[in-house]
Design a protein around this ligand. Structure first.
Ligand SMILES: [Zn+2]
Ligand SMILES: [Zn+2]
Length: 316
């Protein structure tokens, strides 16, 4: 069977949402074109500096690879965080990542939770469960990653911080916030986010229109060596995200293209709601000074450390 696009090479992949059979080259070009379209929409093409968060996982490699073909690599800085998860964070993996980035011409800076927060993720999780708290590791991890990525972006004077979130991640986040009824969080997702604090570097997700299976195939075709070990905390406590993910898989299987449709509809809906909504400026955390949600005194990260007994706050 020949490729539906070029008609000269053997098709290797069936892209369900477009109902096309594609050869390897046309598939890779299709992904690159979609990332470029999204990057353009998010204003990345004129950026002086973009900080990209890289974990060594496949999505971060796909992000670095595609973005370095769209933006001059010397305007990109990669940022890696070692969470401190026993058996998961490995030195050879960071070395592999750093070699590949060097090939692309991208500088890499690194930190760890231990260095920047004072505790490894394992320590945070242990301390909170010793206090009988029912907090998923992903709650600690996600919150601190966001904070450190934003801080690093500020430090290198980046116009944007970019993460490798794909279409599946993005739609999961939308559904989770819908289920929680969190409108303000919902309005911060999208291809043109409002800037709610001077301390925030604009966050962009160039892969947000690319399916997870597509980033996997892209990584496979390119021969990337990526972190394949699943984080040990994933199976420990199934989060809301895991449940939503399974629901969305079932939906996509029944009607291919559903996720893409949801995201596109959401983007235009969010855009029109944002026009009529004044969101104001976010308050600052009384402890660390970083922006926090409306109505909060401390940020979620400091709250977590306080309730886990890892830092102390005067709460009188
Ligand atoms: Zn082709
Ligand atoms: Zn704080």
């Amino acid at each position: 069977m020949m490729c539906d696009l070029c008609g000269v090479r053997e098709a290797e992949i069936y892209q369900a949402h477009s109902r096309k059979r594609l050869c390897k080259e046309c598939f890779l070009n299709d992904i690159l074109a979609r990332v470029e379209k999204e990057a353009k929409k998010q204003n990345l093409l004129n950026a002086n500096k973009i900080l990209i968060a890289v974990s060594g996982g496949k999505d971060s490699l796909v992000l670095a690879d595609t973005l370095s073909k769209i933006v001059n690599p010397n305007r990109i800085v990669a940022f890696n965080i070692v969470e401190g998860i026993k058996g998961y964070n490995r030195e050879d993996q960071v070395r592999e990542l750093s070699n590949y980035l060097k090939e692309l011409g991208i500088d890499l800076i690194s930190t760890s939770f231990e260095k920047s927060v004072g505790y490894t993720l394992d320590q945070m999780v242990k301390s909170s469960s010793q206090r009988g708290l029912n907090v998923a590791a992903c709650t600690f991890c996600g919150g601190f990653r966001r904070k450190l990525i934003n801080g690093a972006g500020r430090e290198v004077n980046a116009d944007f911080v970019s993460t490798g979130h794909n279409l599946d991640d993005e739609v999961q986040t939308i559904i989770i916030n819908l289920l929680r009824g969190d409108v303000k969080k919902l309005l911060r997702i999208g291809d043109s986010q409002p800037k709610l604090s001077e301390k925030f570097v604009m966050r962009v997700k160039p892969l947000r229109k690319v399916y997870e299976w597509e980033t996997t195939m892209y990584a496979y075709f390119k021969g990337f060596h990526f972190q394949e070990v699943e984080c040990p905390y994933i199976s420990a406590k199934p989060t809301m995200r895991a449940k939503v993910r399974d629901l969305l898989y079932a939906l996509e299987e029944r009607s291919p293209g559903a996720l893409l449709q949801i995201l596109e509809n959401f983007d235009s809906l969010a855009e029109s709601i944002r026009k009529g909504t004044k969101l104001g400026s976010l308050p600052s955390c009384k402890l660390c000074g970083e922006p926090t949600s409306f109505g909060r005194e401390y940020c979620k990260n400091c709250e977590l450390l306080i309730s886990s007994g890892l830092i102390f706050a005067d709460r009188t």
